[in-house]
Design a protein around this ligand. Sequence first.
Ligand SMILES: *Cc1c(COP(=O)(O)O)cnc(C)c1O
Length: 358
Amino acid sequence: MPASSSARLTIDLDALAHNFAVLRALAPGAESAPVVKADGYGLGAVQVARRLWAEGARAFFVARLSEGEALRAGLGHPATIYVLDGFTAGTGPRLAAADLTPVLSSLAQVDAAGAFAAGEPLGVALQVDTGMNRQGLTPAEARALAGATPSGLKVEVIMSHLGSATDPADPRSAAQLAAFAAVRPLFPQARASFAASAGMALGAGYQFDMVRPGISLYGGGPEERPDPRLRAVATFEAPILYVRDVAAGQMIGYGSSNMIERDSRVAVLAAGYADGLIRAAMGASYAWFAGARRRVVIVTMDLIAIEIGEAEANPGDMVELLGANVLLDDLAAAAGTVAHECLVRLGGRAERVYLGER
Ligand SMILES: *Cc1c(COP(=O)(O)O)cnc(C)c1O
């Protein structure tokens, strides 16, 4: 590992391509349409989508209109780009100009898109709420719409989203599946899309025509724990600034809750929560240095301290805080959050390196 003076986020697009292949093999009968919202979960939507296009992906999902516009401008390939925010007031011309497909998720959006499409036909996806209660037409609204879709709207995809798929034993998924199966025939010309990463893993019955993997592309396990089939895409490393010895019974960092229990050698790293490493993971997470896991003792805005035992360490040596040895799902569990949040926070200040760009 070359020494560096600043933290580094390495994005391994070969690992991304590997994960895409794993997911496609899991859902061989469905199109895999990668979700690259929030700038590709913080890893760079354009770089991620360009590599996945090279691997055969032809449709992508973003959340915001502006994300769709940026992806359209940067991708350089004629992919279908779905915008999950749908059709909000006044956005018709921008959606049309960037050739984006809105995911309509309320009757108000259907009406607004229908009015716009009276002048200019518009391809759309339609989201139905099958029990997550976040967004989407109710099944009754979808039923009413099926016979009376505004003439300019071409419903290309009918979709829904699962609320509890990370727990295969949760009965809510089967109930949502039944609700979706009842709605889907109302739009026979549309393709059906139901599952994200976790839903795909529930089996072929959940996969329909198109699946929408996000976190598992980036290495997060579908059940919120490490999945050995998936590779780490993001590696975050920070250089050691100082090495110091702290005696048993001393406090380290702010406050007086971080007691060092034994005489310890501590390495202080040039990274902190300002780089997106979640402070709440302090004490529960680990780093990887000199071939072993090391306890993360404190996380402050700009500095992180880890215990390194007897290891030889020098300023400039790099320490892994996320990657092949510090697993994304472990970090998320230590921080009390989901892998998605750990990823999207990274990289603001760190140097970025891409491997395997296309
Ligand atoms: C974010 C999102 C996904 C991807 O979810 P993952 O858990 O990251 O796989 C798929 N579909 C919708 C509607 C989403 O909002």
